[in-house]
Structure formats: structure tokens, C-alpha cells
Design a protein around this ligand. Structure first.
Ligand code: PMP
Length: 285
């Protein structure tokens, strides 16, 4: 059976799921999206993802043409129709088809697209042995130009950083902000463990406020850890005892080397492994 893709209320076979080449989502990256996970058929933190989607849309003057509750139902129905148990959901809202000019007033019919599919995670060995990442020269978008809090369809900033990372032989890359502080990775948030405390850049550093990031902060606090959302530099990363990344697709993944420097003893840390285990339990509970 072919995968069914939802577009504006209709389910299409994957091969027939198409939108206009005049859509401003394609022409200008003008739209917003979310990447969600389902575990045992249930979408993890769907409400939080929908809140972020609607906020991203609001920030770019895009009106999502359906109520949040209806979109939630559409996501759940698309997951169920495709028989997805442990999978990945891509939720997209484009500005819709318009003219060849920029003017968003000349677009009509925002396209609401839901793809529920399987997910290719990083290989298991990365979770067991940890990732190596590098810091790259492409800085994260300046918040006054395009706030990284907006999960927009324009991911060129992240893609350019990803290319730099890949050229250095790494699957993730660490991006700084315009002040030279640690921001986040191309598709993941970053955490450090230092003297037993959990540190992560604040949202004001110019990052996406990750749903996984929020969940891990909650778990850490419940575990009695001190969590500090604070400006961090590369120096803080280099001298950290532990480092890990969080994201819907990656979940919690240890980092053992940054810019060729071993982090801590060069192995996934104790607190990283504990939080990773707890996150796993949370998603499967
Ligand atoms: N930062 C960026 C730039 C991202 O694209 C993502 C999502 N892939 C994240 C962080 C992690 O966010 P979440 O935990 O909500 O998936």
C-alpha cells in the first residue's frame, strides 16, 4: 500500500501528493514546518509542536487556514491511516501559490501538508560511542534578520553550516551566534554538563526552542539537577565534562569530541546517559 500524504484535507498517494511550482514555499522558502515523532502510534508532545507552528506562522504573518484542534486531529489521523507506530511526522504550511513576485498578498490557499513516514536515525553506534562535531564559520541567523525561533521553510542558514560540518567529516555542526556565543547545531540543541550542572544556551542566544530541549530540562530538574540557561562560549564547551544534543529526530545523543578536542574523558558521560534513558522512558510511557 502506498503511503498517504495529507494536503488540505485530502489524502493522496505519495506519488500524487503535489503542490504548485508557484507556491511561495518553493519559490521563497515562505512557510513554516514542524518535525514530530510518534511512539507506538502516539505523537509526542503534539500540542507543543502545534503551539510552536502557530507561533512561527504568526511571526511571519501567515494565517494557518484551520483551527489547532482540527490540525491535531489531521496529524493523528494521518499517522493512524498510514499505520505508523514509531515514526516521524513532517507538518508543513506554505504561503500557497502566488505570482512570481515576493508579494505575499498575491498568494492564495496556504498548503497544509502532513507526511507520516519512518525515520532514519543516526546509526546506533553514535548513540553508544558518541558523536564528533565541529564548530563552523556560518553563524546562526541574526535574530533581528530572521529569528531562529521561527521554524521556517528557509533552512539555508542551517544547510550551509551542515555542509561545512560534512566537509570536516562530521554529521552535525555547532553554530555560534552573532556575538560569538554558542547557539545550537544545524538541527539540534546543545547541552553541556559542567561540575554536575546542566548548561544550555538561553532562547535569547538566537536558537530554536526545541521541544526535546524543554523535555530534557524538565527531566533534569525532576532529577534534582541544577539547570542553567546561560550564555556559553566555545571555551565552555572545550572544558565541559559532558556534552549532548537534543532534537525530535536525534532524541538525546552524546557528543564526545568538538573541534578535535575530547569532551571530558572522550566517552558519553554518566548524566548524558541517564537523561537519555529518562527521555526514552518518557517517550515510550
Ligand atoms: N534546532 C534546530 C535548528 C532544529 O531544526 C531543531 C529541530 N530539528 C532543533 C533545534 C530541535 O528541536 P526539537 O527538539 O523541537 O525537534
Amino acid at each position: 500500500m502506498s503511503l498517504k500524504v495529507y494536503i488540505n484535507g485530502t489524502l493522496f498517494d505519495k506519488e500524487d501528493a503535489k503542490i504548485s511550482v508557484y507556491d511561495h514555499g518553493l519559490l521563497y522558502g515562505d512557510g513554516v514546518f514542524e518535525g514530530l515523532r510518534s511512539y507506538d502510534g502516539k505523537v509526542f508532545r503534539l500540542d507543543e509542536h502545534l503551539d510552536r507552528l502557530y507561533e512561527s506562522a504568526k511571526a511571519i504573518w501567515l494565517k494557518i487556514p484551520m483551527a489547532k484542534a482540527d490540525l491535531a486531529k489531521a496529524v493523528n489521523d494521518t499517522v493512524a491511516t498510514n499505520g505508523i507506530k514509531d515514526g516521524y511526522v513532517r507538518l508543513i504550511v506554505t504561503r500557497g501559490a502566488g505570482s512570481l513576485g515576493l508579494d505575499p498578498n498575491r498568494t492564495s490557499d496556504p498548503q497544509v501538508i502532513i507526511i507520516a513516514d519512518s525515520i532514519t536515525l543516526y546509526p546506533k553506534e553514535y548513540y553508544e560511542n558518541g558523536l564528533e562535531i565541529v564548530s563552523v564559520s556560518t553563524i546562526r541567523n541574526h535574530p533581528a534578520a530572521l529569528s531562529p525561533r521561527v521554524k521556517s521553510l528557509n533552512y539555508l542558514n542551517n544547510i550551509l553550516a551542515k555542509i561545512e560540518g560534512l566537509q570536516a567529516g562530521c554529521v552535525e555542526a555547532l553554530m555560534l551566534n552573532h556575538k560569538g556565543e554558542i547557539a545550537e547545531c544545524t538541527g539540534d540543541n546543545i547541552f553541556l554538563v559542567s561540575r554536575g550542572d546542566l548548561l544550555t544556551p538561553p532562547v535569547e542566544a538566537g536558537i530554536l526552542q526545541g521541544i526535546t530541549r524543554d523535555a530534557v530540562i524538565e527531566l533534569a530538574k525532576n532529577d534534582g539537577l541544577v539547570v542553567r540557561e546561560t550564555a556559553l562560549t566555545k571555551h565552555d564547551v572545550y572544558i565541559a565534562d559532558e556534552c549532548f544534543l537534543t532534537g525530535s529526530a536525534a532524541e538525546v545523543i552524546p557528543v564526545v569530541k568538538v573541534d578535535s578536542r575530547p569532551i571530558g574523558d572522550g566517552k558519553p558521560g554518566v548524566i548524558t546517559r541517564e537523561l537519555s534513558k529518562r527521555f526514552h522512558e518518557l517517550t515510550r510511557s
